[in-house]
Design a protein around this ligand. Structure first.
Ligand code: BG6
Length: 475
């Protein structure tokens, strides 16, 4: 049911995520004609005492667009204030939504709740939505709920949260966002792998030596130390964002593009991951992290981690997947680096130049490039490493690459769960990391210090080298 009136309710409307991501994404959808005035209404809900205009002004600062478009968009937004744990506010919210729906009279009623909230209030807020704000069953249409990570802190707490939400909503109503799944080059992974004959015979243990999935940020946890210290880099980035990318790189071909078929394959590959060995983990914490007054002085929380995943199946046995993420490093970058084995019987002695690599740069400056050994142009028979390069900025100059949140919100409106995390997938993801996380929390593994602005602990480079990664030269 793509037709009918649509109410988008942003809970936590005055918070950071809503201002920086949710409202701008809604604006871009509006601007591109996916949300039409007269068909959509946006409700911001939060505890603060704000007027409609008060909220609009707060949002305006985060939007870049023509003034007339901005005001047309901002007019769609209404503010309702209330608490997250008692019915009064939600009753009021429901009245506002119903008032709008009645005035619209389109015959179909769609309610999308976006929880831009800390996870501690998910269960109570979901209960409130369920009790007061559902699209009445006598109405055609639907009610859907978008939730953001963190979904728990380990296997047990995640399972408890899943069970609580599962009592209130059906799985098809729950959209667990991992915004990495909305990124253009992450979505391209499936196409690359399964629509190109070139890769099919190569994508396995016979040809690939190791795969790195790397996330770097060149800023620290300033301003979010309190949140971050409770979670650490593994829960913040690796267990979700990098693991989702891992799934798309490592999974088998799905039966079809149906969301359930794709997610079935993700679950399967996650279930094939062996327990992580502590010798194949490096943890780091940047110097100065604990200067944040909200971070305890004795914190052992890693702001950097490199872990090796070993996949126990026919395709990948013996191929290390190095998942690495860090804050306060020397650059901001996210990429997948597939390193192929050396050429057997190497008559060119090209080994010294480095191996073939296929790199998918997710951000910034989306690109895919393949490192190849070529003849160095000139009279000598010398070789060097060069690249076949598909840089999106060059090849798709006039194409605007959508923001992850835009795409994922649109998917939710369309009822497509392909790029959302299913309950069993979440469980399998926690199963991989929970023993390691418990060891870290118990202080059994220590984070080594590193300089902000560096590559991270040198132990991480040593680990990569030990499991087979060869630093390539030339690019
Ligand atoms: C969030 C993390 O999920 O992703 C942040 O909580 C991180 O710590 C952010 O900065 C990175 O997202 P992106 O899209 O900027 O790579």
């Amino acid at each position: 049911s793509e037709q009918g009136c649509l109410s988008i309710i942003v809970l936590g409307a005055s918070g950071d995520l809503a201002k920086k991501k949710t409202f701008p994404a809604l604006y871009h959808l509006f601007d591109q004609g996916f949300l039409q005035s007269g068909e959509v209404h946006i409700f911001g809900y939060a505890r603060s005492n704000l007027s409609d205009d008060g909220l609009r002004e707060r949002i305006r600062g985060y939007l870049k667009g023509a003034p007339e478009d901005l005001s047309e968009f901002l007019q769609l937004i209404k503010y309702v204030s209330g608490s997250y744990d008692n019915g009064e506010g939600f009753e009021k919210l429901n009245k506002e939504i119903s008032k709008y729906e009645e005035s619209n009279q389109s015959g179909s009623y769609r309610r999308l709740f976006y929880l831009a909230l800390p996870p501690s209030v998910y269960p109570s807020v979901c209960r409130m939505i369920r009790t007061y704000c559902m699209n009445p069953s006598s109405h055609p249409g639907w009610t859907r709920v978008i939730v953001e990570k963190p979904f728990g802190k380990d296997l047990d707490s995640a399972e408890e949260l899943s069970a609580q939400l599962g009592e209130l909503f059906e799985e098809h109503q729950l959209y667990r966002i991992d915004h990495y799944l909305g990124k253009e080059l992450v979505q391209n992974l499936l196409v690359l792998r399964f629509a190109n004959r070139l890769f099919l015979p190569l994508w396995n243990r016979d040809n690939i030596d190791n795969i790195q999935i790397v996330f770097r940020e060149d800023f620290g946890t300033e301003g979010r130390g309190g949140y971050f210290d409770q979670y650490g880099i593994i829960r913040d980035i690796i267990q979700n964002h990098l693991l989702q990318v891992f799934c798309l790189v490592a999974m088998e071909k799905p039966v079809s593009l149906k969301p359930e078929h794709i997610r079935d394959e993700k679950v399967k590959v996650l279930q094939s991951v062996n327990p992580i060995k502590c010798e194949e983990v490096v943890l780091g914490q940047y110097d100065g992290y604990k200067d944040d007054p909200t971070v305890p002085d004795d914190s052992n929380t890693p702001t950097f981690a490199s872990v090796v995943l070993r996949v126990h199946n026919e395709r990948w046995e013996g191929v290390p997947f190095i998942l690495k993420a860090g804050k306060a490093l020397n650059s901001r970058k996210a990429e997948v680096r597939v390193q192929f084995k050396d050429v057997p019987g190497d008559i060119f002695k090209c080994k010294k130049q480095g191996r073939n690599e296929f790199v998918i740069r997710l951000q910034p400056s989306e690109a895919m490039y393949m490192k190849l050994t070529v003849k160095k142009p000139g009279l000598e028979m010398a070789t060097e490493q060069s690249e076949l390069d598909l840089s999106y900025g060059m090849r798709y100059q006039n194409v605007k690459i959508p923001e992850a949140y835009e795409r994922l919100i649109l998917d939710t409106i369309r009822g497509d769960q392909q790029h959302f995390v299913r309950r069993d997938e979440l469980k399998a993801a926690w199963q991989i990391f929970t023993p390691l996380l418990h060891d870290i929390d118990a202080g059994k593994m220590k984070a080594v210090p590193y300089q902000p602005g560096s590559r991270g602990p040198k132990e991480a480079d040593e680990l990569s080298a030990r499991v087979g990664y060869v630093q390539t030269h030339g690019y």
